[in-house]
Each structure stands twice: as C-alpha cells, then as structure tokens.
Write a protein that binds this ligand. Structure first.
Ligand code: UD1
Length: 396
C-alpha cells in the first residue's frame, strides 16, 4: 500500500489534480486488496480559495471528491497564508504519516506544503515542475523554485522544463517528463463544455451593469447567433490590477478601443472587482455597451467560451496553455511567461504584450485577423496524470 496526500489550495490547482485522482481510482480498480501498489489517498484543501465560484463549483464540475481535510486558511498576506498552511499541514502529516505528498502548480499551498513535508521527512512529488518565468518578483516563481528545490520527484509538462531544472542542478533521476495534467482535464471535458449554451452562460453569470436586460439584448443576440466575434478577457495579477495607473490604462484600452468593434466578455476575479471599485473605474466598465461583465466562471463555462473566442487577453498562466491547445490567439498581459513554448517565436500563436498599450494595440489587431491554429505539444495527450502516478509507483 502506498499512502499519498495530495494538496490543492486555489482555483488553478483543481484542474491539475482532477485527472490524478481519477488515475488513482482506476489504478486501484485493477489491483486486488493486498497488492503493494494499491494507493491510499487523502485530499487536503488548504482553503486559500473558498468561494462557491472559486472552489466548490470546480470540485463539482470536475468530479473531484470532497476534500478529506480542509485547512480553512482563507485570504491574507502571503506570509499569513503560507504560515497558517504550514502550521495546519504539519498536524495532518504527523497524524497520517503518508509515504508521499503530491503538490501541483505554483500557488501558496504548493510552497507551504513542500516545506512542511520535507521537514517531516516525507517524500514530495511536484506535478508541473520546472516551468519558469524568470521573474522572481512573481509570488508564483518563488513558489515554483522552492517547491522544485525540495521535491524528490519532479514531473514536468514540457522538455523546456527539464532543461530549466537541469540548469538549476537538479539530477536527471529526479526529473520525469510526463506532459500536462491541465490538458488532461481540457480533453476530458471538451464534449461536456460543447453542450453548454453560451447565451445561458453569460445570462446566468452576469454582473449588474448600467444596462437593462432589454438594452443588452443585441449583445446576447449577436453572441447567440455568432453574428460578431467576441473577445475574452481575464485579469487578476497584482502587477496589473493593484496599480491605478496600469489598471486605468488597460480599462481605457478595453472600453475605448477593443469594445468599439468587438463584443467583450470579462469574468471578474474578486481582487479585480474590488480594485475597479476602489479606483473608481467601476462606472466606466459598467457603462460600456459592448463589454459584458460576469462573476468568476466555472471550468466548463470558461472552456465553452474559450472554444469560440476570437482572441483572449489574459494574465493567467493556465489560460495561455489552454489557448495554445485550442488555437485561440492569446495576448499575454505580462512581460514574461512560464509557458514560452506557446509564443509566436516558438511556433505558437501567443504574444507577450505586458501592459503597454502601444504594444497591445498592434498585437490585438493582428490577433483579430489570425485563424485558429491549435498547437500540438508532445505528451499533451490526455494521459499525463496516468504517467504521474506511474512515476510515483515506480519510484526507487
Ligand atoms: C491565487 C494564486 C495565483 C493564481 C490565482 C487564481 C498564489 C500566490 N496565487 O492568486 O497563482 O493565478 O490564485 O485565482 O497562490 N478572494 C475571494 N474569494 C476567494 C478567494 C479569494 O474573494 O475564494 C479574494 C480575497 O479577497 C483575496 C483576493 O481574492 O484578497 C486574492 O486571493 P488570493 O488567494 O490572495 O490570491 P489570488 O490573487 O487569487
């Protein structure tokens, strides 16, 4: 019996862990009760994301079983989130003594639980190891570097990640290229998402704006009957939304330029909504007729919209990779990326545009003209999570 505790904390973790849990279930079905490699699995949710829309909905849509343990960490500064997680997770480890902890991605839970596990002399496996943005001011980059430094088994989504780890001195025998578990989830859910009605998605999730339903009818009609292309936007990074000047510039581009010719759907992260209000930009976004604001969308709803979007503007890491697979040209509203393999210069359709409107404007016009060209990545084949589990089971 191999005892594994997997950890999730925030929204981008959920799609990465879902196929791993499925892989464990099907592995156990093939093994009899006394087999050495049967897995005893516990799921820990640190509780960093706790809203229905940011957490529960993802568990439900992705068929993730309810977490066995919720650490209830909640919002706070980074030190508070990491500190509280470590204190609570240490108790879990002392009580359950797993053989392995499995962490995914790069959120605060990833960092906190890798440190706690190693202090308790428990083996640590990192899924999505080795990706680097090169920007140490990003909290996620700090989380990745520490988690990778401490992990015993580093499961990478791309050969570029293997190279990054080798440059940092990680020995070959700790690294295993498995593919991208996030894309396992995308493949697994494409048909389900396809069945969703886009009109229903935006009606059910709309945020209050300055327009009545009647005034919004043309937007919905155009979307429903594909009369016009639409553009998807997501923004949540502190580097974009915590400064008035930057957020104001981005909002002006969206409202005064992009929304002039295209319909825009913008699901709002709680931090962004808070900032738009405190910076007095709320009225501006709410009074733009071609801009439709929604609450954070579920996984399936976002995938459904992404399947039809003309262009994506985003500062999210996961969406960049999903756009590459779906072929949606994606403007990355950042100065660096941990997914360089999706950029134009590496054969993809994505472009780094930061938050400089002089770069965003021409790249946006170019993206609008681009046909969809899905990128084929090695081992992004829907079976990455099975390979993750094999790597753990066969670890020597
Ligand atoms: C976290 C991750 C980031 C990931 C993002 C996706 C880290 C360092 N960052 O950032 O990598 O891209 O999740 O969303 O782990 N809030 C709610 N409800 C919630 C959770 C948060 O309202 O369920 C609000 C809180 O007021 C909080 C703000 O959103 O202040 C930001 O949440 P936080 O957990 O601090 O980080 P994210 O920006 O979401």
């Amino acid at each position: 019996m191999i005892k594994i505790i997997s950890v999730v904390g925030a929204r981008p973790n959920f799609m990465k862990i879902a196929p791993f849990i499925r892989a464990i279930e099907s592995h156990n079905k093939k093994k009899d009760e006394v087999d050495d490699t049967r897995i005893e699995h516990l799921l820990v949710h640190t509780g960093q994301h706790y809203d229905l829309q940011m957490s529960y909905l993802f568990f439900k849509q992705l068929d993730i079983p309810r977490a066995d343990i919720n650490l209830g960490v909640g919002s706070g500064t980074h030190a508070q989130q990491v500190g509280k997680t470590m204190i609570a997770f240490e108790k879990v480890l002392k009580r359950h003594r797993p053989d392995w902890i499995v962490i995914v991605g790069d959120v605060n839970a990833t960092l906190a639980c890798s440190i706690t596990a190693k202090k308790e002399h428990i083996k640590c496996c990192h899924i999505e190891a080795g990706i680097r943005s090169g920007d140490i001011t990003m909290p996620e980059e700090v989380n990745r570097i520490v988690a990778d430094r401490l992990s015993d088994l580093l499961l990478t989504p791309h050969r570029v990640a293997n190279e990054n780890l080798k440059k940092e001195g990680v020995p070959d025998n700790k690294i295993c290229f498995v593919g991208n578990t996030m894309i396992d989830t995308l493949d697994f859910n494409l048909q389900k998402a396809q069945k969703l009605d886009m009109h229903q998605i935006i009606i059910k999730n709309q945020l209050k704006s300055g327009f009545s339903f009647f005034e919004r009818k043309s937007f919905i009609f155009d979307l429903e009957f594909k009369k016009k292309d639409f553009v998807l936007i997501t923004l949540h990074r502190p580097s974009n939304v915590d400064s008035y000047d930057i957020l104001n510039r981005l909002v002006s581009f969206i409202v005064d330029e992009a929304a002039r010719d295209s319909q825009i759907i913008w699901p709002l992260h709680p931090r962004t909504k808070m900032r738009l209000k405190s910076f007095n930009l709320w009225k501006k976004v709410c009074s733009c007729r071609n801009l439709f604001l929604t609450c954070p969308l579920g996984y399936l709803e976002m995938l459904r919209l992404n399947m039809n979007a003309k262009v994506m503007l985003t500062d999210s890491g996961s969406l960049q990779a999903e756009c590459a697979v779906l072929g949606v040209p994606c403007l990355i509203l950042r100065w660096n990326t941990e997914w360089p393999m999706t950029l134009k210069e590496c054969g993809g359709a994505n472009a780094l545009v930061g938050n400089d409107i002089n770069l965003i404007r021409p790249a946006y016009q170019e993206a609008l003209k681009k046909p969809r060209t899905p990128q084929n990545m090695e081992l992004w084949d829907g079976n990455a999570a099975v390979r993750c589990l094999e790597a753990i089971v066969n670890y020597k």
